[in-house]
Design a protein around this ligand. Structure first.
Ligand SMILES: [Zn+2]
Length: 138
């Protein structure tokens, strides 16, 4: 789900709006060994060291599985209101990433739940669109 908004993305080098209503994660794939990594980088494959033309861009749908989560009640940053939920998400395309969940509370969350990314406005007025994940119903 993508909110209707003209707001810019908070991290346009890491994710984009996608085309089918599912945001995409900008990952990279090593054409030598097949490893898929995030974030996309040009230093070299984390598995085999291949670099240069061996590293290809790969857009991954923001679909994955909930690996772990924690409900945060105290936070030093001023950019997000508490409570919020931080999670580790295993993308279907391979990489594990840490992300904020759209639900503000962890009630009802279960490890292994299906998650889908969505672009939502940050908590401050005029904030850019952030990628957050939410459980997929059903
Ligand atoms: Zn490699």
């Amino acid at each position: 789900m993508i909110e209707k908004s003209d707001a810019p993305l908070a991290h346009p080098s890491l994710y984009g709006a996608g085309t089918e209503g599912v945001p995409v994660i900008f990952a990279g794939r090593c054409t030598h060994c097949g490893r898929v990594g995030f974030p996309r980088q040009a230093y070299g494959c984390e598995a085999c060291g291949a670099h240069g033309a061996a590293l290809a861009d790969m857009d991954l749908p923001a679909d994955g599985e909930l690996i772990s989560f924690a409900e945060v009640h105290r936070h030093h940053g001023a950019d997000i209101d508490t409570p919020f939920v931080m999670a580790e998400v295993r993308l279907d395309g391979g990489p594990l990433l840490r992300a904020t969940l759209a639900p503000r509370r962890a009630v009802g969350l279960k490890v292994g739940a299906r998650l889908r990314g969505m672009l939502v406005a940050g908590d401050r007025p005029g904030a850019a669109l952030e990628l957050r994940f939410a459980p997929v119903e059903g």
